[in-house]
Design a protein around this ligand. Structure first.
Ligand SMILES: NC(=O)c1ccc[n+]([C@@H]2O[C@H](COP(=O)([O-])OP(=O)(O)OC[C@H]3O[C@@H](n4cnc5c(N)ncnc54)[C@H](O)[C@@H]3O)[C@@H](O)[C@H]2O)c1
Ligand SMILES: O=P(O)(O)OC[C@H](O)CO
Length: 319
């Protein structure tokens, strides 16, 4: 039977996932908060130039039936929007971040709201525009039930979009959150002229921070080496198309955060996630100096020079 996939959130990623799900043969609905998201030319506002096939239903009504729900809303909106769902289906978070205030990862938000429903996370090195255009890409869909992850991954996969199944959702969620923060650091290094060596060091030590976070959260540290860890860190810390990296570059060039944000309508998850992830790490006694430095920089507690100084002055350890 043809699976029904409901995508919640019609930003760039929700739109790309709807296109991908349709390509994989599913019946697809795409929930948009704003009816103007579907433009008169048949393209979605966040992915101009890509016509949505008619078989994707764009709707302002949340789904009541589906075989799989993909939640592609901004992290800080996940609780409010997922809380309105009444259907019974596996809920897969596709947003990358940590909730401010509660310090919850996406799966923890979903567990609070819908404790009886299967849940998981889809994440990987995936720029929406490339996935939407069916350029080759890979991602991981992780659930604590590996067999379920495999079934859901097959619903979404095509020859151009390889969806691996994973059994470490918390490790995948931590990777999605951390890479956005490390990408801001990498961008700031490049924007301030610190150079390629500095960026490579930040990526590598960022992976070390992610491994410690995953272990403390009860996940599998090896997940840090996978698509949702190294894969997404490399993409986001080097791809000029990354919102988080480019925000870091602008900070490195001396532009004030408020001015950067005022010129954007898209979400850079690292901005709100950095302080939340730093606080979550502190609550578990995990050392995450790069994430802490980015949080302190974004919240105005230190400037760029002090952030750099702090990281370079740390005691030399054993790798
Ligand atoms: N864009 C990508 O390449 C990409 C890839 C993988 C994962 N993601 C993740 O997907 C999530 C969504 O990002 P995106 O790029 O699709 O977003 P986007 O920047 O394209 O658009 C933001 C979306 O958020 C919605 N929105 C804004 N304020 C809202 C509110 N108050 N309530 C409800 N909805 C609101 C907007 O309507 C829009 O649909 C993020 O967590 C992001 O990290 C994005
Ligand atoms: O543009 P960014 O920084 O939000 O990154 C988009 C995706 O998460 C890359 O995998």
């Amino acid at each position: 039977m043809t699976p029904r996939i409901a995508v919640i959130g019609a930003g760039a990623w929700g739109t790309a996932l709807a296109l991908q799900a349709a390509r994989a043969g599913a019946t697809v609905s795409l929930w948009a908060r704003d009816p103007g998201a579907l433009q008169p030319d048949g393209c979605m506002r966040r992915l101009p130039g890509l016509m949505l096939p008619h078989k994707i239903e764009v709707t302002g009504t949340l789904p009541t039936r589906a075989d799989l729900v993909l939640l592609a809303v901004p992290m800080q909106q996940l609780r409010r929007i997922a809380g309105q769902l009444t259907l019974e289906a596996p809920l897969i978070a596709c947003c990358k971040g940590v909730e401010s205030g509660t310090l919850c990862l996406p799966g923890e938000v979903l567990a609070d709201l819908h404790p009886g429903l299967p849940r998981g996370m889809l994440s990987g090195p995936n720029f929406a525009g490339e996935v939407a255009r069916a350029l080759p890409a890979a991602s991981v869909l992780a659930c604590s039930d590996a067999a379920l992850a495999g079934r859901l991954a097959r619903m979404l996969a095509t020859a151009s979009f390889r969806v691996y199944a994973g059994d470490d959702p918390v490790g995948v969620e931590a990777g999605g959150a951390a890479k956005n923060v490390i990408a801001i650091a990498a961008g700031a290094a490049m924007g301030s002229g610190a150079g390629e060596n500095a960026r490579a060091a930040l990526i590598t030590r960022g992976i070390a921070e992610l491994g410690r976070l995953i272990a403390a959260l009860g996940g599998k540290p090896a997940t840090a080496a996978g698509l949702s860890g190294v894969g997404d860190l490399v993409l986001t810390c080097t791809g000029p198309g990354s919102r988080n990296y480019s925000l870091g570059v602008a900070l490195g060039e001396g532009i004030v955060l408020q001015d950067i944000l005022a010129g954007r309508s898209t979400v850079a998850e690292g901005v709100e996630t950095a302080p939340a992830l730093a606080a979550r790490a502190a609550s578990m006694g995990v050392s995450v100096p790069i994430i802490e430095a980015v949080a302190a920089l974004l919240t105005g507690r230190i400037g760029l020079a002090e952030a750099r100084e702090r990281l370079l002055a740390r005691p030399l350890g054993i790798e």
